[in-house]
Design a protein around this ligand. Structure first.
Ligand code: NZQ
Ligand code: ZN
Length: 393
């Protein structure tokens, strides 16, 4: 068993009345003037934005707002946010939305006190030593950014999508009202569940699979969301099952199902090039890649894939044929993705054949100009990454 650190400092306030506490929470964590950051239309249409701004006002907290964050959030919006925060002397950032808005908020938070270009952090040229406090009112369970140390930003110059992780940006609090997720379209609901499962699987398929307690938590989490998603796709206003998924989204990425740094993450890295290049939904991109990744790396540790097949996907264990059982688990996952409306290859994801040039471009970016490998379950060289894109095409 590998040594690990566990750090999950975010205060979670969960439930139907959780939003009422927003002003008190901001003040508790030192905020006096807040940037309320949000996405396209959903928070405006639902009235959540007005409600939160009203509650802040009533609670004696000043705020300015900045909307327009798009999925796969852009660096230009981050820079707009940094300028606004400096001009308005903002000291706290409150995201209303999902992973894209929270990640954009974290990037703004790094950028405000930093004299250089915030992109330096994402390029690995600098480490942030300080940042403004960030918190969220979560509206979509998916990315897990509400408790994570990560943020992923896309630079429009070349559509380069890069992540930066730093514990200082872990949100101070997360307000989670499952009722706010009733309006999620089926595709976003399913993509969110895929991302939640993948955050668990990236940790589960690690090179040092020896932690019974963590494995059991991970398997339970995956089985739970796999069941709940069908209930909410059938009835979007099913509070009980929306709540299970919402909490699972945070637990899947706050390291309780395994230390992120020991995980594999190749599927994520390979996917980031897809959502960077084609601007597709992150969760759907993961579904398009994972089956090919799984078949490509399975030989590294077949018994791990057997355990996944049996304990998560409900495949009967054929003790005479471990490879067969493992493959049946991957096929069961593909059937699950299709059943919830997710793609299982790139063609299904983008609606056309991906070209050889696009595969080469994604391979180049994913391997940072052929200088790095990806993954730990199997260490993937640039030629392995290219082979997975080809398998998934
Ligand atoms: O922009 P609006 O109008 O709000 O619509 C959003 C958006 O179109 C919509 N939506 C959100 N809540 C809604 C809603 N629609 C109706 N009702 C609601 N209650 O959903 C769409 C997707 O939102 P987004 O924030 O993009 O989703 P998600 O949480 O999946 O975030 C994806 C981003 O997070 C990154 C991904 O790469 C991607 O850029 N990730 C961040 C991670 C992290 N920080 O730890 C880890 C992840 O692996 C991931 O890479
Ligand atoms: Zn993810």
């Amino acid at each position: 068993m590998k040594d690990f650190k566990f750090y999950a400092p975010t205060e979670v306030v969960f439930g139907e009345k959780s939003e009422e506490q927003v002003a008190a929470l901001v003040k508790r964590y030192g905020g006096t003037k807040v940037l309320v950051h949000f996405g396209g239309q959903s928070a405006v249409r639902s009235g959540l934005l007005d409600k939160i701004c009203g509650l802040l006002r009533e609670g004696g907290v000043e705020s300015v707002s900045l909307g327009g964050v798009v999925p796969n959030p852009r660096l230009s919006k981050v820079q707009e946010g940094i300028d606004l925060c400096r001009r308005e002397r903002v000291d706290f950032i409150l995201a209303i939305g999902g992973g894209s808005v929270i990640d954009s908020s974290k990037a703004i938070a790094y950028g405000v006190p930093y004299e250089g270009n915030v992109w330096d952090f994402y390029l690995g040229k600098a480490q942030a030593e300080t940042c403004l406090p960030v918190a969220s009112v979560l509206t979509i369970p998916a990315a897990g950014s509400e408790m994570s140390e990560a943020s992923v930003i896309t630079n429009e110059d070349g559509m380069v999508k890069l992540g930066y992780s730093n514990n200082i940006s872990r949100p101070k609090f997360a307000i989670m009202n499952p009722r706010r997720t009733f309006t999620l379209p089926p595709y976003q609901t399913a993509a969110g569940v895929t991302d939640i499962m993948m955050h668990t699987m990236e940790r589960y398929f690690n090179p040092d699979c020896d932690m019974t307690l963590t494995d059991e938590i991970a398997e339970t989490l995956m089985r739970t969301v796999k069941e709940c998603v069908f209930a909410v796709l059938k009835n979007p206003e099913d509070y009980r099952n929306r709540a299970q998924i919402m909490w699972a989204g945070s637990l899947a990425h706050n390291d309780i199902t395994g230390d992120r740094t020991n995980g594999d993450w190749a599927t994520h890295q390979i996917e980031h090039e897809l959502s960077g290049l084609f601007d597709v939904t992150h969760g759907a991109g993961l579904a398009a890649i994972w089956p090919s990744w799984a078949r490509y790396v399975m030989g590294e540790n077949v018994s791990r894939f057997v355990r996944f097949a049996v304990n998560v996907m409900g495949v009967p264990n054929d003790f005479t044929d471990p490879e067969g059982t493992a493959l049946k688990g991957i096929e069961a996952m593909e059937r699950f993705y299709h059943a919830i409306g997710m793609p299982i290859n790139i063609h299904e994801l983008i609606g056309r054949e991906v070209t050889d040039e696009e595969i080469k471009e994604m391979t180049r970016k994913c391997s940072r100009d052929y200088t790095i490998t990806q993954g730990k379950f199997k260490v993937l060289k640039p030629e392995d990454i290219e082979a997975i894109y080809r398998m998934a095409r």
